[in-house]
Design a protein around this ligand. Structure first.
Ligand code: AMP
Length: 181
């Protein structure tokens, strides 16, 4: 099997293992539960290798993950790319000086933060999260990375909910999703 069809077969297996949970965390939402993928040794390795593989030929200095499911993917992808891992956290969790961005949720707002000195000058950063839904979270994370003086080299997701058009909020960045619904 060539590399491309090998990747496609793996993505198909990963896609089949993601479980839809209707009505979680509230009515009207179909939650994409990735825990069956994470619990399967072959799928976990395939997921990390496939995500990292797409960026193997680029210079990526850091992979930034969004709390908390983004962390699960971003740290091993960073290690696979010989890059560093940087956490983007919920309000009040990072101990030193932070940049803070607020964004819209369906009801109300949320806040994410990044250490002000997270990146040396001219760093190229890959932003990674599990699910792209409306795009508010990823757009706020991009603002944080740019405020910290780094360049967003790419934005990657395990899953994109294409019908919510979150992509349109991400300002023409290089966006990649392994699985699209
Ligand atoms: P959004 O800001 O609307 O793009 O939402 C993205 C964030 O919410 C991600 O960090 C996801 O982990 C989570 N999320 C949103 N919708 C879903 C969903 N249907 N299933 C699982 N996670 C979701």
């Amino acid at each position: 099997m060539n590399e491309r069809s090998h990747d496609e077969a793996m993505i198909e297996r990963i896609s089949k293992a993601v479980r839809d949970v209707p009505g979680f965390p509230k009515p009207g939402i179909v939650f994409k539960d990735i825990t069956p993928v994470l619990a399967d040794p072959a799928l976990l390795k395939g997921l990390i290798d496939t995500l990292a593989g797409r960026y193997a030929s680029q210079r990526i200095d850091y992979v930034a993950g969004i709390e908390s499911r983004g962390f699960i993917l971003a740290a091993p992808v960073a290690a696979a790319l010989a890059a560093g891992f940087v956490p983007i956290r919920k309000k009040g969790k990072l101990p030193r000086e932070v940049y803070r961005e607020e964004f819209q949720l369906e009801y109300g707002t949320d806040v994410i933060e990044l250490h002000q000195d997270a990146f040396p000058a001219k760093s190229r950063v890959l932003l990674l999260d599990d699910v792209l839904a409306t795009g508010g979270t990823a757009a706020a994370a991009i603002r944080l990375i740019e405020r910290a003086g780094a360049q967003v080299a790419g934005v990657a997701f395990m899953i994109e909910l294409g019908f919510l058009d979150g992509r349109s909020k991400l300002g023409g960045k290089d966006i990649h999703a392994l699985i699209r619904y």
